[in-house]
Design a protein around this ligand. Structure first.
Ligand code: GLU
Length: 376
């Protein structure tokens, strides 16, 4: 049964997004494991030969920089981290390119910040560039632009970046390669704990399983991996977490072997516009809804009106992304607001007639139109 599911997931995938973590790319002495990269390149070529497009999201810049510069430990301040990333990134992309060239392919380097996803025009440009690279039969190697990234424009970690890239490509399968075999049903280091081969549904028990397994060289742990699985699956895509230290892991996945944990899409794929709204950057503010509005938005497919908003948090402009929270404070949806935060403060809880009395007859009746809203 499970093998048949794997098969159908593979058959459905037109683009495979492979995320590789720093630990899976580092040798014991902290230098970049170029043999591992050569092995990945070889397997990527095999995936490519099946007619699928391949995108690699690779960490390892900072780690490689630390190794090359012979640093005793990971720098703690931003300029030194960014300097290490700058040195390491050149080495990292060089290693991919060299490995791919042995098979007649080229690597391309794409360095991104969260801002590139925030602006719709940049986002679309990025999509077009990726398509042009696929046309040239090049393997895009994506990383965060660590050398210029500061907190405000950071993805946080490459697991998240990979999920965002997944939402950008056609019929994707996300594969996150880490140093862990998959999601375990208990603490991973406890004997008796086993890898869960298939996750069909997203629930609290699953979240609790995200043991804190923070790694030393990279930034993500199991929690961030699960978060990126959630981002991909709730947008309607399938995703796998598997062990990148197994040198043939990508071959095994391609052969349909039951390695790692497969997370199944939890809905039909969302249209591109809704993905951009719901699954790219963090919202700039929050709207706390009353029960009626929560139900209207979450279950009845309705737009959001001012009357259902209890309170407004954050500073945002017209057209920005905001989170819609239920009375318990949980996020139920995201959308693009017609009103900036000062105006929303004024009209929250008011009927349309009152809003019109305040702002004029020709105002937008909806705070967020259904077309610009995605239920999470
Ligand atoms: N962008 C960082 C690097 O290449 C890694 C971030 C992460 O591992 O999540 O070193």
């Amino acid at each position: 049964m499970s093998a048949a599911i794997r098969r159908s997931v593979l058959d459905a995938a037109r683009t495979v997004v492979i995320k590789i973590g720093t630990n899976a790319l580092s040798k014991a002495d902290d230098t970049l494991d170029t043999d591992r990269i050569a092995g990945i390149a070889e397997q990527v070529v095999r995936w490519r030969k099946t007619g699928r497009r391949v995108v690699v999201v690779s960490s390892g810049a900072i780690g490689a920089g630390i190794g090359l510069l012979g640093l005793e430990e990971r720098p703690k301040d931003l300029p030194h981290l960014q300097a290490a990333a700058s040195v390491g990134q050149a080495h990292l992309i060089g290693a991919y390119d060299e490995a791919l060239q042995k098979h007649g392919l080229h690597a391309s380097q794409i360095l991104l910040t969260a801002n590139d996803f925030r602006r719709r025009t940049r986002y679309l440009n990025m999509k077009n560039t990726l398509n042009a690279l696929f046309e040239y039969d090049v393997i895009p190697i994506i990383n965060e632009n660590d050398t210029v990234s500061i907190d405000e424009i950071k993805f946080g970690d490459n697991d998240r970046l990979a999920a965002m890239v997944t939402n950008l490509v056609e019929r994707p399968l996300l594969i996150i390669l880490s140093v862990i075999n998959g999601l375990y049903d208990g603490p991973p280091d406890e004997p008796g704990s086993q890898v869960i081969p298939l996750v069909e549904r997203w629930d609290e028990a699953l979240r609790r399983l995200a043991a804190s397994t923070k790694s030393s060289r990279g930034t993500g742990g199991m929690a961030t991996k699960l978060e990126s699985m959630r981002m991909a699956t709730t947008a309607g895509e399938n995703a796998i977490i598997a062990n990148g230290t197994d040198p043939r892991i990508l071959d095994k996945i391609l052969d349909g072997q039951e390695v790692g944990t497969l997370f199944l899409a939890s809905r039909a794929p969302l249209p591109a516009w809704k993905r951009w709204i719901g699954y790219t950057v963090n919202p700039s503010g929050q709207l706390h809804l009353d029960e009626g509005a929560t139900k209207a938005v979450q279950q009845n497919g309705k737009s959001l009106l001012a009357i259902g908003i209890r309170s407004v948090a954050g500073n945002f402009s017209k057209g920005d992304r905001v989170s819609l929270l239920n009375p318990e404070g949980q996020e139920v949806a995201r959308g693009l607001t017609h009103y900036d935060s000062p105006t929303l403060q004024q009209i929250a809880g008011k009927k349309i007639a009152e809003v019109q009395a305040l702002l004029g007859e020709s105002v937008e009746p909806e705070v967020i139109h259904r077309d610009n809203l995605v239920v999470m």
